[in-house]
Design a protein around this ligand. Structure first.
Ligand SMILES: *[C@@H]1O[C@H](CO)[C@@H](O)[C@H](O)[C@H]1NC(C)=O
Ligand SMILES: *[C@@H]1O[C@H](CO)[C@@H](O)[C@H](O)[C@H]1NC(C)=O
Ligand SMILES: *[C@@H]1O[C@H](CO)[C@@H](O)[C@H](O)[C@H]1NC(C)=O
Ligand SMILES: *[C@@H]1O[C@H](CO)[C@@H](O)[C@H](O)[C@H]1NC(C)=O
Ligand SMILES: *[C@@H]1O[C@H](CO)[C@@H](O)[C@H](O)[C@H]1NC(C)=O
Length: 427
């Protein structure tokens, strides 16, 4: 049976509004803490004005003058967006970037980003504070470009900086304790076996594979080697306060062979239109000049600036990174195109987060979907055909079937692993 899209949208809007109103009323009606105890000791309390029971129409009329309030408008717009997504399945995209194949051009790894291959392509957006765009804008500009050929992913970064310094010279040490630039790749969008490569202005590298995010008890495997070729260019001296710098640039060539380590896949290089979860990070410490040398200010924490904000101060949440798409097409000829897994992946992650939130309050997971706070696109039957939750050994396993019948079922489970079809993870 085909449902009427307008009716669907209206139903969903009403449901969303009712939920919102319910939450607000529930909040207003909550019992003040410790009321009984206090009334016993101190006698009379100011009487609480009970809400009159009113019809929906009366309630709406009572607050009609509040509809211009920006917070309420904002809330309503969000509710309407969520409602519309139930009909269009047009789930929000994070920041994204199209990586164009080099074709006949070449890139020499010398730290200069001035070859034709680099000039031809645009930059990513400027980095923002790790916690989000509403936090103070970074003091310095950072942007990235990418290209690929049949063996490597190329990354070029522009890093604005007045005081270029670096101290760490040993491989696989705590490079982020210097001012550093980091690249993170989850090639399968599975949240597991993702790679992190950090580099400082001396070109010292720390490269690790994470079995899982740290929040899911992941372990950093530092024996993994990226085999990255890299070069740094600095517009002046390093570690020398006598001359202020303007910027440094990083140029990297990352072999696909290493980026695919630990994951099962058919192709040795990305396919046209392949999408990866990716983020870029910059750690920035403030310095002072002591005895003619830069000294790290130990009384201040580092600033963390990123391409796609995960919304919290934790860069190890691959499900909140940006997306890059590999294209074997002429430069600037296309924009990012989400694939048919995107809506299913999102639904899985929404249910994953709702389960974690439910457990934080109730002490256990649930297999009752109606107890989880989920956006309406998951239930509208247009995007997701069926959602299943199974509980086992104190964990959960979620299955989402796409409305597109040809797509394999998507799954996720307690440790944030996401996969389609048969389970692929080894070790
Ligand atoms: C509520 O208001 C609408 C529009 O003004 C009206 O059509 C409807 O009959 C009203 N409902 C009740 C229960 O009064
Ligand atoms: C592609 O677009 C970028 C801007 O995003 C521009 O700088 C670049 O020159 C364009 N490349 C070509 C080949 O037109
Ligand atoms: C780098 O190390 C040197 C030698 O230990 C030290 O003097 C300097 O302050 C360090 N640089 C920063 C920015 O901390
Ligand atoms: C890119 O497209 C060309 C022409 O269609 C093809 O010969 C080449 O194999 C493709 N390369 C990749 C990496 O897909
Ligand atoms: C799920 O929870 C809802 C709301 O509490 C309840 O009405 C419903 O019976 C539950 N379903 C199952 C299968 O337990």
């Amino acid at each position: 049976m085909k449902s009427n899209p307008a009716a669907l949208v209206i139903t969903v809007v009403i449901a969303a509004l009712a939920l919102g109103a319910g939450l607000i009323i529930g909040y207003l009606l909550r019992k003040p803490e410790g009321q009984e105890a206090r009334s016993g000791i101190h006698g009379e309390l100011t009487p609480v004005k009970l809400l009159r029971s009113t019809t929906e129409n009366e309630t709406l009329k009572e607050c009609s003058d509040l509809m211009d309030n920006p917070d309420i408008k904002n809330y309503l717009t969000k509710a309407r967006m969520n409602a519309c997504r139930a009909a269009t399945c047009n789930v929000e995209l994070p920041r994204n970037y199209v990586v164009y194949h080099l074709d006949t051009d070449t890139i020499v790894i010398d730290g200069n980003l001035n070859e034709k291959a680099w000039r031809d392509v645009g930059w990513t957006e400027s980095f923002v504070d790790v916690r989000g765009e509403n936090f103070p804008a970074p003091r310095f500009e950072t942007r990235v470009k990418m290209r690929w050929d049949d063996s490597n992913l190329y990354v070029g970064a522009y890093i604005q900086e007045f005081a270029v310094w670096a101290n760490r010279t040993l491989h696989d040490t705590t490079i982020y304790q210097d001012n550093s630039f980091q690249v993170l790749f989850d090639t399968e969008q599975s949240n597991h076996k993702y790679k992190e490569i950090s580099i400082n202005a001396l070109g010292t590298v720390a490269d690790i594979m994470l079995t899982r995010p740290y929040m899911d008890d992941g372990e950093p495997l530092s024996f993994w080697e990226s085999d990255v070729l890299r070069a740094i260019q600095i517009d002046g001296p390093i570690n020398d306060p006598r001359r202020r710098n303007q910027h440094w640039t990083v140029e990297m060539s990352l072999p696909f062979k290493q980026l695919f380590a630990g994951v099962t896949r058919e192709n040795e290089m990305p396919k046209d239109k392949e999408i990866w979860r990716t983020n870029f990070v910059r750690s920035e410490w403030q310095t002072e000049i002591v005895g003619g040398q830069y000294h790290k200010r130990l009384d201040l924490d580092a600033d963390w600036w990123v391409w796609q904000s995960p919304g919290v101060a934790n860069i190890h949440l691959p499900d909140r990174w940006g997306l890059i798409q590999f294209r074997n097409a002429s430069v600037n000829s296309t924009s990012f195109q989400p694939d048919n897994k995107w809506v299913v992946t999102n639904a899985l992650l929404e249910v994953y987060r709702a389960e974690k939130a439910y457990k934080a309050v109730n002490g256990r997971y649930t297999d009752n979907k109606t107890l989880l706070q989920l956006p309406p696109y998951i239930f509208s039957q247009r995007c997701i055909r069926d959602l299943g939750i199974e509980l086992d050994w104190g964990g959960f396993r979620i299955t989402a079937k796409s409305a597109e019948k040809s797509l394999q079922d998507g799954h996720t489970r307690t440790d944030r692993y996401v996969w389609f079809g048969d389970q692929k993870e080894q070790f």
